[in-house]
Design a protein around this ligand. Structure first.
Ligand SMILES: Cc1ncc(COP(=O)(O)O)c(C=O)c1O
Length: 400
């Protein structure tokens, strides 16, 4: 006799988030898709990755018959340690690095590790919506700090920390993307990094430095990572191959003080990224990293310029755009009173999508801002799409 079945809704844990009420944007595609920042399919190195994987399987394929190292492939961690040392001046031993399924998993693990419900995390005033989702998932109180052309302002950070502490907040870490912040595109100079670090050290609050865009620099001087400037063991660091190979690889990493990395293992429980993907990336990056990055930055710079020119032509003086020295997107300010979330439906009806400002704000601010990703789009598509988007906004009286 058939039973009445299981009522799963009565079984989910008390901390399980409710059923999502919107479609996951990653499952949708649009002709003019400015919303999601991802790698360019045209320069994606399929053939070289294929060869790299072939070499990897010949040399060490038998190892796939066994479980990977709980922190991820040792040779990949050695390669990362030496790349981070040469490129970013970071002194790390491979055992201070754990591989993760994209840097998203690094963010999940570190947030889970530190946050009890109600704990405070400090961030830039606008930040990657994935990070906001993770922090909300663990019921953190997310406090955004004001920014300027170099990102988070140290004076405001210090003020915020004092206010929060006076109110009894338990601040667990300061999350920052110092290089090509998502969505602002800001890049902290050396002094700014030192100032942020100094506030953190004086307050006894660790920094989580998310450096996933660092390799996508096409202009300007690179500043050292905050991690490399710290001599007090106060900085945790995460990075990703998503921006230099592609997010489909799902390969990221978390690095930092041993006591933190050891604890990461206690909650990651060996769920490191696929060794298959790691092997391909390892052999590929050893051979082709520099060459591929210089190709990407050449292509992305030109796309940035195309998008800037198209915005100048079609959006006119009503729009103020960022001009980042690297990364994958622009941040656009429209006249006060513009409602980019409400206008998104009109844009979608024309097969255009963008990132409306409030999704990047912990407090839902920024309705007159939008983020436009360009890295994955051909230049003619960028030009056409921006012209079409301007028509949508003009029809709604936004661009005057
Ligand atoms: C600042 C930042 N951190 C982390 C991620 C997560 O990327 P992934 O999990 O693909 O490494 C992203 C993705 O866009 C990002 O912008």
């Amino acid at each position: 006799m058939p039973g009445s079945g299981v009522d799963f809704n009565g079984l989910f844990g008390v901390n399980t988030p409710p059923r999502p009420d919107t479609v996951n944007p990653l499952t949708q595609r649009f002709k003019y898709d400015f919303a999601i920042a991802f790698a360019d399919p045209g320069t994606f190195p399929s053939a070289d990755l294929h060869k790299a994987l072939g070499r990897a399987l010949e040399e060490e394929g038998g190892d796939l018959a066994y479980y990977p190292h709980p922190q991820g492939h040792p040779a990949m961690r050695e390669l990362l340690a030496s790349t981070l040392d040469q490129g970013r001046g970071m002194k790390l031993s491979p055992d201070q690095i754990t591989l993760t399924a994209g840097s998203m998993q690094a963010l999940v693990l570190l947030t889970e590790l530190f946050v009890d419900p109600g704990d405070t995390l400090i961030t830039e005033e606008f930040l990657y919506m994935g990070t906001i989702r993770v922090m909300r998932r663990f019921k953190a109180n997310i406090v955004g700090v004001g920014t300027d052309s170099q990102g988070m302002r140290p004076d405001l950070l210090e003020e915020r920390i004092e206010e929060l502490r006076a109110g009894g907040a338990r601040i667990k870490f300061i999350y920052t993307v110092p290089t090509f912040e998502n969505p602002l595109g800001t890049d902290m100079g050396l002094q700014r990094r030192l100032d942020i670090l100094s506030v953190a050290q004086r307050s006894g609050i660790p920094i989580l430095e998310d450096d996933c865009y660092v390799d996508l620099r096409y202009e300007g001087e690179a500043s050292p990572s905050i991690y490399s400037l710290d001599d007090s063991g106060s900085v945790m660091y995460c990075g990703s191959s998503s921006k230099i190979i592609g997010p489909g690889m799902r390969l990221g990493w978390v690095a930092g003080p041993r006591e933190v990395i050891e604890r990461v293992g206690t909650i990651q429980l060996g769920a490191t990224p696929s060794q298959f993907s790691v092997l391909a990336a390892l052999h590929y990056l050893r051979e082709s990293r520099e060459e591929h990055i210089s190709e990407l930055t050449r292509v992305y710079k030109s796309r940035r310029d195309t998008m800037l020119a198209a915005l100048g032509e079609h959006f006119g003086p009503g729009a103020v755009t960022s001009r980042p020295d690297g990364g994958m997107f622009l941040w656009v300010k429209l006249p006060e009173g513009t409602d980019t979330p409400a206008l998104l439906g009109k844009a979608k009806a024309k097969d255009i999508r963008y990132g409306p400002g409030p999704i990047f704000s912990p407090s839902g601010e920024g309705a007159n801002y939008l983020r436009l990703a360009y890295a994955h789009l051909d230049e003619d598509v960028i030009g056409e799409g921006i012209a079409e988007l301007a028509k949508v906004f003009e029809a709604e009286g936004v661009l005057g």
